[in-house]
Design a protein around this ligand. Structure first.
Ligand SMILES: Cc1ncc(C[n+]2csc(CCOP(=O)(O)OP(=O)(O)O)c2C)c(N)n1
Ligand code: SF4
Ligand SMILES: [Mg+2]
Length: 297
């Protein structure tokens, strides 16, 4: 794994520049900055409707120092496939083509275009930065919002569990990785790996959002670490159908090693209303997810 010292030496210029308008402590900003440090400037990015569309700013003062296109909500996978086809037609072989989409734009609205790109084997990297709701429009629930979380459309707490999109994408037989903004070397290595592989690759990043999750902006990395240490978000990569745990998740296969989920929930205002019964339902869901992961190992 790339160490912190090596990361510092390897990383080139900042490609997602100052002047962007993310909120303080935005997990999306950490995710895109480090993804781009791994991918480098020969990268074209498609951004379906999301916070990312807005925070880049308006031309000529836009934050990305690389080709960037805002896209219709449903069309991320299709647009990236088209861009790759255009590069191929022009004989340009050294560009990464990347979709950077929110959880709403991935797990709900963009899933058919993503599934199509994966099935066709389009040579793209599709990234979902997951802040677990439609944040840009004021915090509505998505299929990636966890059970119990309040949003404006689930004011008493969501009653359905989070959709497991990484494993749905793994069922397409492609390279899949999960990541967290609390473990940058792990995230960095997964982008480097994805860029080196042919076909469609899928990376799902847990990217906390202070105003949406209702916690202090200084705690983003701490919260992103807690979600991993409680086993609520599992770090792994799946290559050729085999799952390999990475980062802190490597030591958490045994339930006794995982912190109880309540330690993660109490840090965030969005879980203020959960009952003891809800906490147990969430804990059981976490434990079931670990059992599921074992089937892929
Ligand atoms: C077809 C369509 N419906 C609704 C919208 C309005 N809209 C823009 S961004 C957004 C929320 C996106 O949520 P997500 O994909 O999770 O990204 P986030 O805002 O959380 O970064 C919505 C509903 C739109 N642009 N297009
Ligand atoms: S609302 Fe959340 S995801 Fe959007 S810019 Fe602010 S912190 Fe980032
Ligand atoms: Mg979102």
């Amino acid at each position: 794994m790339t160490g912190i010292k090596q990361l510092r030496e390897e990383c080139g210029d900042e490609l997602f520049c100052a002047g962007n308008s993310t909120c303080a402590g935005c997990g999306l900003e950490l995710a895109i900055r480090w993804a781009m440090k791994a991918l480098g400037p020969r990268t074209a990015m498609v951004a379906p409707a999301s916070c990312l569309n807005v925070v880049v700013g308006l031309w000529p003062k836009t934050a990305p120092a690389f080709p960037f296109i805002n896209m219709a909500f449903a069309a991320g996978g299709a647009a990236a496939t088209g861009i790759r086809a255009a590069y191929d037609a022009k004989g340009i072989k050294d560009m990464n083509v990347v979709v950077f989409a929110g959880d709403g734009g991935t797990t709900d609205i963009g899933i058919q275009a993503l599934s199509g790109a994966a099935e066709r084997g389009s040579n793209i990297i599709y990234v979902c930065y997951d802040n677990e709701a439609y944040m840009n429009t004021g915090r509505q629930r998505s299929s990636s919002t966890p059970y119990g979380a309040t949003t404006t459309t689930t004011p008493t707490g969501k009653r359905q569990h989070k959709k497991n999109l990484p494993l749905i994408m793994a069922s397409h037989g492609i390279y899949v990785a999960t990541a967290s903004v609390s473990d940058i070397p792990d995230l960095y290595d997964k982008f480097k790996k994805a860029a080196s592989l042919p076909g469609c690759k899928y990376i799902h990043i847990m990217a906390p959002c202070p105003p949406g999750w209702r916690y202090d902006a200084s705690k983003t990395v701490e919260i992103a670490d807690l979600i991993v240490r409680t086993g609520t978000w599992i770090l792994y990569e799946i290559e050729n159908g085999k799952l390999r745990l990475t980062g802190k998740s490597r030591n958490l296969l045994e339930k006794a090693k995982r912190m109880p989920i309540v330690n993660y929930l109490t840090e965030q205002g969005r879980f203020n209303q959960v009952s003891e019964e809800d906490i147990q339902i969430l804990q059981d869901w976490v434990d079931r997810n670990w059992e599921e992961v074992k089937h892929w190992m």
